[in-house]
Design a protein around this ligand. Structure first.
Ligand code: MG
Length: 383
């Protein structure tokens, strides 16, 4: 593994970047909020990644994006690259079905301690423990009849796939989020901020056993950790109530907190006044202050270390572009394929505020950083 200079996601995908709110950066492609009727959806509500409506919207984006450059070229097949068998595998299945497209899906999670393996997981989904196996996977798809041309749409998951590859560089993204939480807490709670209590609550409640309570929602988890840190409830009591089935959902928790908030420190009251109305309005990412800190903590981890930094340090401390994904994307692009990337991150965790933009901050996909990986160029050239 080695470094391959500095680049950005924009070099691979231009502005065909779609975040959680389903508003493409490329403004020539209308957002879900503007086009939900044309997409065949029942409302402008933003669906989550696992929902059929998410696939319906994505199919529409893919077709519109293709028509921008090649109005006559119908999309006839799908390639999907991600890092989680469940979430990305199912997103691929839904998307292929909604588009009526044959497709191939690659799920990467590097595990260098095991022998390299590329195994089928059903429905043309392949699980790989090396990102370099992208070349083998493409060869398999080609042998199975994939055209890999202007009729091919290539959807690449952003987080822990195109950047911060799972099994290699992914902890950096998680660390940025946790630091964002700490900074939010320190800034808003002041003297009432207790780092050890925030960490203890986060370590416990991030576990999958609590997903029914947290909905695996990072904003909810952040709010709960801050409520615990500020002393609104102590962690053992909260865990006891969850385990006893007395506290079943985040909605129940924040409604309870609303009745108790008068005895909380001013900083938590301020957070609560900002978050609670958005939760009631159905906003899936209601903790905006936390997400803005997450953006800052993430963008600070792009491209800040010198090129000659040791590889281990680079992968531990900096968000890197996945070189194997980069080479594959450029190779497919040269063959005429349509490429776009999608992320589950909300805008606030991905874009600078207007004030930050004036200071020179860029959206994550336009921020340069180091590409790291193993070159697959020679194997792609043989395909
Ligand atoms: Mg991912």
């Amino acid at each position: 593994m080695q470094t391959f200079g500095t680049t950005s996601l924009h070099d691979l995908f231009d502005d065909l970047v779609i975040l959680r709110n389903l508003t493409p950066f490329d403004q020539r492609v209308p957002s879900l909020v503007d086009a939900w009727q044309a997409m065949g959806l029942a409302s402008p509500r933003i669906p989550r990644k696992h929902e059929p409506d998410y696939a319906r919207a994505s199919v529409w984006f893919v077709r519109r994006a293709r028509a921008l450059e090649l109005p006559g070229a119908a999309v006839r097949e799908l390639l999907f690259i991600g890092d989680t068998a469940m979430a990305d595998g199912n997103a691929f299945r839904n998307l292929a079905q909604a588009g009526g497209w044959p497709g191939w899906c690659f799920i990467g999670a590097e595990k260098l301690s095991a022998p390299a393996s590329l195994v089928a997981d059903g429905d043309n989904v392949s699980l790989a423990n090396r990102w370099a196996l992208l070349a083998d996977w493409l060869a398999t798809a080609k042998a199975a009849g994939a055209r890999l041309d202007q009729h091919t749409a290539v959807v690449v998951d952003m987080d822990k796939t195109a950047i911060a590859a799972r099994g290699r560089n992914a902890a950096v993204i998680d660390n940025a989020r946790v630091e964002g939480l700490h900074r939010t807490a320190a800034g808003l709670l002041g003297d009432a901020f207790d780092l050890a209590r925030v960490q203890a609550a986060h370590n416990e409640l991030k576990e999958p056993v609590y997903h029914p309570f947290t909905a695996d929602n990072q904003d909810y988890l952040a709010y709960i950790c801050l409520a615990v840190s500020a002393g609104l409830i102590d962690l053992p009591s909260l865990v006891g109530q969850i385990q006893a089935g007395l506290m079943r959902s985040f909605e129940q928790f924040i409604a309870w907190a609303d009745g108790e908030i008068q005895r909380a420190p001013a900083g938590l009251q301020q957070i609560h006044r900002a978050v609670y109305p958005l939760v009631q309005a159905g906003d899936p990412t209601p903790f905006k202050a936390f997400r803005r800190q997450e953006y800052l903590c993430t963008v600070e981890r792009f491209g800040r270390l010198p090129e000659q930094t040791a590889l281990g340090t680079l992968l531990a401390e900096q968000v890197c572009i996945t070189q194997e994904v980069r080479e594959m994307a450029l190779w497919l692009k040269r063959r005429g394929c349509l490429l776009l990337t999608m992320s589950d991150k909300p805008d606030e965790a991905t874009l600078p505020t207007p004030e930050q933009a004036r200071q020179g901050y860029l959206p994550l996909h336009r921020t340069p950083t180091t590409a790291v990986g193993e070159s697959i160029a020679a194997r792609l050239a043989d395909l």
